[in-house]
Design a binder for this molecule. Structure first.
Ligand code: ZN
Length: 218
């Protein structure tokens, strides 16, 4: 069996774009996948965009320090913006302008973003804008467990070693001090969802992250 190539060009390193509405979304949704891709593609470069840090410098710095911990030398850019948490639908024009600017500047091989069916209004609009912006790209939509529910049946799985599961959880718990008081923000939440997705794809380690893939061209 041939390994699928994710980079469009033979001579170019893999370029990844991660987009998250809030400061910890990327890590929760696709942190272990990012770690796996960077491990398997030593020259890979990753752009990391967080749209809201709740107007607090503490949360913005948490987002930056976590991104640095996940990406290390693979960090092509880390951007933390200041859209207001829970108000994204009311900032549609400014968000759209930012995504247009991303398009002019960033042409990734793979885009990791929110799920179009996510029940959180900020997540959903980010997913919609990602699809509006990147018309000829591989887009995978990650999932975020939440009070609203809405977890579904994703159709694209990335098995990950247990060491990457623990690395993801360790970084989440280390870098997001402001979230640790939330009753859901626990290693069990993150490990449990990855264990279920691992079960659903027969992951050798038992763990996986899962995505919604609407269109895939190989
Ligand atoms: Zn979020």
């Amino acid at each position: 069996m041939h390994r699928l190539k994710l980079s469009k060009r033979d001579d170019a390193p893999l370029t990844i774009l991660c987009i998250g509405a809030h400061s910890d979304d990327i890590e929760i949704g696709c942190g272990a996948t990012v770690l796996r891709l960077l491990h398997e593609h030593p020259a890979a470069q990753c752009h990391w965009i967080v749209l809201s840090a709740s107007g607090s410098e503490e949360r913005a710095e948490e987002a930056r320090s976590s991104a640095r911990a996940f990406l290390g030398s693979h960090a092509a850019s880390i951007e933390v913006k200041s859209f207001r948490d829970a108000y994204f639908p009311f900032h549609g024009e400014e968000l759209k302008n930012d995504f247009e600017e991303f398009k002019r500047r960033l042409q990734p091989d793979i885009v990791l973003t929110h799920y179009k069916g996510d029940l959180h209004q900020d997540h959903k609009i980010v997913a919609d804008l990602t699809w509006n912006t990147y018309r000829n790209h591989m887009i995978l939509e990650y999932e975020i467990p939440k009070y609203d529910g809405g977890l579904g049946s994703p159709n694209f799985f990335v098995p990950v070693d247990e060491s990457l599961v623990e690395a993801k959880i360790e970084r989440l718990m280390t870098h997001f001090g402001s979230q640790r008081s939330r009753q859901w923000f626990t290693p069990e939440t993150f490990r449990g969802l990855m264990r279920i997705r691992g079960l659903e794809c027969n992951s050798p380690s038992g763990f996986a992250e899962a995505y919604y893939c609407r269109k895939c061209i190989i």
